[in-house]
Design a protein around this ligand. Structure first.
Ligand code: ZN
Ligand code: ZN
Length: 591
């Protein structure tokens, strides 16, 4: 797709515009009382057109140019002045014309299509995909679709930019960092290449390439202006009330639920952090506030870093908010182009949204890959409307957030008690010999043997956490050798039998599961106990250890259990994890 640039005198204001279809512009401006356009006779890629437009705007502003006899020469000069390489061009004077019928026809199609685009940020190829998907009947030609988009642009309902900044010589030589992927915000993964499509220097983003190729000559469409209306005014029925099946909350959960509700009703602050211990029943506590937001016509996003979490939560939301249009988004989701009021989505999928949500709830805000990833932070912030609000959920807030809580920089509430009101199991820290030495032993280590028998006696199951894939393999073999009668399996992230083994573990067909930290969150098994071998390892940070301990005693039927951290020596992380858990139990007593 190629673009022309043109200038109009809009009631005394000189404005530069770009167009991929000048017929639409000629008709549109005729309706708005503009008689002539001064347009380039050359066509450019969106990257170069946008670059040129910015230069022309700047020069026009400083020169305070007005249309005079010399104006053509001025424009010629300006264009030449902005030229790069041999891309010099001159201008044509075009008269606008009455095409009322054409505009009305485009207008109709636009009104039909626009609701599906609200709050989206899409590459041209994605706009085409969405259009094809939602318009299964009355399909217009591609050229007509481009006309629709051009009309939206003229009405300021669409912003069109290059997906990646146009690379200048100065970028190549000095400031590659200034090249930004407008879609995912990456600077580091942008690579300049010769491009067969635009035949120009063209920068491609390698960071978001799995979601489609974002590059300088690909237009990026920003539909955030369309999302300004209230969600319920636009497309869905207005709700007076939503018939929902609200879960029973404990008095402690209700306290937090009401706090969150007040925060959203007041609309005074932008961020709220809910610090709730593992097994507190965080999700259910948020249902009242989600309900309130939906009734007041807001659009709500519930997002989490990991896809498993979203998939697991979806049925719970659908059961509670059964009359609300819910969209579930993750890699490979079939609801990619659906519109709704309540979105459940992985954070990565926010790459296709901008200024859309009034309320964003982000679960496990301290978990990989969201934690310490500024690009994902940006995606979530961008998906929020300017006046929107965020609620962060976590059982283990990162240190910098804990500092913000202490200094009252952020609105927060702590829920130190589990939904069944039993205290959190306290970890036992135990010393063992070097792992390499242990792995050479033919007979079981005493401490590990004790753990195995205790779990046996309780007729429970055990997670055995180790620090890496090799360790999973080594320890699974060793434990099988030491305890030949036990059903023991090992898993790690890339294990192709991973889901199968987790399922078998959940069903009790496997008694001990040796695992990396991939199992620190998410999977809940009622009568489970945990053992960490090599807890001195760097990977076992305070938050990880708290999450691991949090696997135990979650069910009302089995509220207690063993948490053993075995290490060659004690680390400060182990000690502070234990301290933090004890602190929460102490707080819970006062609650
Ligand atoms: Zn990108
Ligand atoms: Zn290109």
């Amino acid at each position: 797709m190629k673009f022309q640039i043109y200038l109009i005198d809009n009631n005394g204001r000189l404005e530069w515009k770009i167009t991929s279809n000048i017929e639409v512009d000629l008709a549109y401006w005729y309706e708005h009382g503009v008689s002539t356009l001064i347009a380039t006779n050359s066509f450019f890629s969106i990257g170069y057109a946008n670059y040129l437009l910015k230069c022309l705007e700047q020069i026009t502003n400083t020169a305070k140019a007005s249309i005079s006899n010399n104006f053509y020469q001025d424009i010629d000069w300006l264009l030449e002045n902005c030229s790069v390489g041999d891309k010099k061009c001159s201008v044509l004077k075009l008269s606008t014309k009455s095409e009322n019928e054409q505009i009305m026809a485009i207008d109709q199609s636009w009104n039909h299509f626009a609701p599906n685009l609200q709050g989206r940020l899409l590459l041209l190829s994605e706009v085409i995909q969405l259009y094809t998907e939602v318009n299964s009947v009355n399909k217009l030609s591609r050229n007509e679709l481009f006309k629709i988009l051009q009309l939206g642009y003229l009405r300021n309902e669409i912003k069109i930019t290059p997906s990646v900044t146009y690379p200048l010589i100065s970028h190549v030589l000095y400031n590659q960092n200034e090249l930004i992927c407008q879609r995912c915000g990456s600077r580091k993964a942008v690579k300049i290449q010769e491009c067969a499509v635009c035949g120009d220097n063209c920068a491609t983003c390698e960071e978001c390439i799995i979601y489609g190729r974002s590059k300088t000559c690909t237009p990026l469409y920003d539909f955030s202006s369309l999302a300004r209306q209230k969600a319920s005014d636009v497309k869905f029925l207005s709700f007076d009330s939503i018939p929902i099946r609200m879960p029973q909350l404990t008095p402690f959960q209700s306290k937090v639920a009401n706090f969150a509700l007040q925060y959203v009703k007041d609309r005074k602050k932008k961020d709220l952090l809910i610090w709730a211990v593992t097994g507190a029943g965080k999700t259910e506590m948020l249902f009242p506030v989600i309900n309130h937001a939906l009734i007041s016509g807001s659009r709500v996003l519930f997002t989490a870093p990991r896809r498993d979490v979203i998939k697991e939560l979806a049925p719970r939301f659908k059961n509670t908010f059964s009359d609300v249009p819910i969209v579930t988004l993750y890699g490979g989701s079939e609801e990619k182009w659906n519109d709704g009021l309540l979105f459940l989505s992985t954070i990565h999928q926010m790459i296709r949204f901008v200024g859309y949500f009034d309320l964003v709830i982000i679960d496990e805000m301290d978990a990989f890959p969201y934690h310490n990833n500024p690009r994902l932070h940006l995606l979530v912030k961008r998906a929020l409307k300017d006046n929107g609000q965020m609620i962060y959920l976590t059982a283990t807030p990162p240190n910098n957030w804990q500092r913000r809580i202490k200094s009252n920089e952020i609105e927060s509430i702590i829920l130190p008690i589990r939904y069944h009101q039993y205290p959190l199991p306290i970890p036992h820290l135990k010393l063992i010999p070097k792992k390499a030495k242990l792995l050479k032993r033919k007979t079981p280590n005493k401490v590990i043997g004790q753990f195995i028998s205790l779990v046996e006696e309780m007729n429970g199951q055990g997670f055995i956490f180790v620090s890496g894939v090799n360790e999973v393999v080594n320890w699974t073999n060793k434990l099988k050798q030491w305890f030949p009668d036990e059903k023991i399996e090992g898993i790690y992230a890339k294990d192709h039998l991973r889901d199968y083994k987790i399922e078998m573990f959940k069903r009790g067909m496997i008694r001990f599961l040796v695992t990396t930290t991939i199992m620190e969150r998410g999977v809940t098994v009622p009568n489970v106990h945990v053992l960490v071998i090599g807890a001195e390892g760097k990977i076992f940070e305070e938050a990880t250890l708290i999450q691991i301990a949090g696997r135990v005693g979650r069910s009302t039927k089995y509220p207690h259990g063993y948490v053993w951290f075995l290490a060659e020596y004690l680390t400060s992380e182990m000690v502070s994890a234990k301290k933090q858990i004890k602190r929460m139990n102490k707080l819970a007593k006062k609650y």
